[in-house]
Design a binder for this molecule. Structure first.
Ligand SMILES: Cc1ncc(COP(=O)(O)O)c(C=O)c1O
Length: 472
């Protein structure tokens, strides 16, 4: 069978297995119109969880806006400042609308990215001795890092493991941990709506479950919202950090914290800055924080880029989050099935996938390692090098999610403690030191992820690439 016939036949089989894909064909047209640079450059882009891609019309709309407006620093009341304030506030309102968040319940705090939104909460959460910070193993490092604020204030940090092979949480253990609160204390529970390691979607039902037991809930939505609708009229997490470039590629440098007003009122900022106060005095040695979101936006906002967020959200809304979700669902299902079927001549599997191997409650992020016919692992760095040569953009390592990695790769607490004890210099430990220390085990994995304009050819060509590793 020649190459194009093989592609056509495989595509037919795919459509037969995933008939829902047909309803997403508008995205193929969109790709050729707005994202032609992908195919012109022969790119296979498989890192949407790393960063989304922007459409040409988003750039054009933003360019037109900047071309025609005169925009000054919003911390004033002159005409150009007012014009900026109007655009920033309009974007804020649109973000609330996009997430169906009631303005009486939620505020939007602009940040640089999801990490800064997380830090805002971490540094201001009123942790005290006997309080708790509870989080899943499966979390981004910017969520893990909050444990340092908790520790500084004497609060206890506890992790709930995820369990192989699906990398989901044992709910009995979760419930048990959620019961461990002291009345009147402050307790923060953090988890990702979708794992950036395994693609697993953790239940949104945990939000109300935890809140009813006295917890404030931080739902990390950074990896979820690009391909799933988050309805804050239905779910009511206290804090939701996200980065907009992950949703629609442009602009970078803008994220937000969606915060419930009630939960926000509990936070105690450790400092004040330009823009966050009503009055501050040098000689009087006093300051008064502003109300609501203003108290959390330090200095001048990224005011020229913020209007591009509304453009991006409107773009996403017009394309339809449900259509994107369906497409990603179909492509992920096909990829999971195809990878699971690949065997060396001796019958040994080529691929080990970490996390759910069906599309139930999972998103379009798939993480794996590759094994030779003799069972030894192929170093993920080698896979990346070969993928680079095929112009495939994928991600390798642990994706800033060490807990997910430790579970997936079978690294025990004892092994890790022994490694860290070995470090001669207390503060320096490179990735290579780490690799040496866990000698024989893989220190990372390979991740591919789908998004807005992923198509069947992307998956097909990735599978062809992977087949090239068989009996190598
Ligand atoms: C689940 C999750 N949380 C948080 C982040 C941090 O996002 P940023 O690097 O934009 O701050 C990421 C980034 O990959 C992520 O996937």
């Amino acid at each position: 069978m020649n190459t194009s016939t093989h592609f056509e036949t495989t595509y037919e089989m795919f459509l037969h297995t995933y008939p829902g894909f047909q309803s997403t064909q508008s995205l193929d047209m969109l790709r050729s119109r707005e994202f032609a640079r992908l195919d012109d450059g022969n790119h296979i882009y498989l890192d949407y969880t790393g960063g989304g891609l922007y459409a040409l019309s988003q750039l054009q709309a933003h360019h037109d806006l900047l071309t025609n407006a005169v925009l000054g620093n919003p911390h004033s009341s002159n005409p150009t400042s007012q014009a900026t304030t109007h655009l920033v506030e309009q974007t804020r309102q649109y973000i609330l609308r996009f997430f169906n968040a009631a303005p009486e319940e939620y505020v939007v705090i602009f940040t640089q990215n999801a990490s800064m939104a997380l830090k805002l909460v971490g540094e201001a959460y009123p942790f005290e001795a006997d309080d708790h910070y509870l989080l899943t193993f499966d979390n981004h490092n910017s969520v893990n890092g909050i444990r340092e604020f908790a520790r500084e204030h004497g609060a206890t940090t506890a992790y709930i493991p995820v369990v192989l092979p699906d990398m989901r949480v044992d709910e009995v253990e979760l419930l048990d941990s959620l019961e461990q609160t002291r009345p009147g204390g402050h307790h923060l529970f953090a988890y990702p709506a979708q794992s950036n390691f395994s693609g697993v979607q953790h239940p949104l039902e945990w939000i109300a479950l935890a809140q009813s037991r006295g917890w404030d809930v931080m739902l990390d939505a950074a990896a979820f919202v690009a391909t799933n609708r988050l309805d804050l009229g239905l779910w009511h997490p206290d804090f939701v950090p996200l980065s907009f470039y992950k949703m629609f590629g442009y602009p970078t440098g803008v994220g937000c914290l969606l915060a419930r007003r009630e939960a926000l009122a509990k936070l105690r900022r450790p400092w004040f800055a330009g823009g966050t106060i009503t009055v501050a005095s040098v000689q009087g040695d006093r300051y008064y924080l502003a109300e609501g979101e203003a108290a959390f936006e330090d200095g001048t906002l990224n005011y020229l880029n913020i209007p591009a967020v509304e453009i991006g959200l409107r773009y996403l809304e017009a394309v339809g989050p449900e259509t994107i979700h369906e497409r990603v669902h179909c492509l992920t299902g096909w990829l999971l099935e195809s990878l699971s079927a690949l065997r060396h001549r001796n019958g040994k599997p080529l691929v080990r996938i970490y996390g759910a191997i069906n599309t139930k409650c999972r998103g379009g992020t798939v993480t794996m390692n590759f094994y030779r016919a003799n069972g030894s692992v192929i170093d993920h760095r080698m896979i990346e090098q070969q993928a680079n040569q095929a112009n495939i953009s994928l991600r390798t390592g642990c994706f800033c999610n060490p807990g997910g990695g430790e579970i997936a790769l079978g690294l025990s607490a004892g092994e890790l403690a022994a490694c860290f004890r070995q470090t001669s210099q207390q503060d320096r430990f490179t990735v290579d030191d780490f690799r040496l220390c866990i000698d024989g085990k893989s220190s990372g994995a390979v991740r591919v992820s789908f998004g807005l304009v992923s198509n069947f050819a992307d998956v097909y060509r990735f599978i062809q690439f992977v087949q090239g590793l068989l009996d190598q």
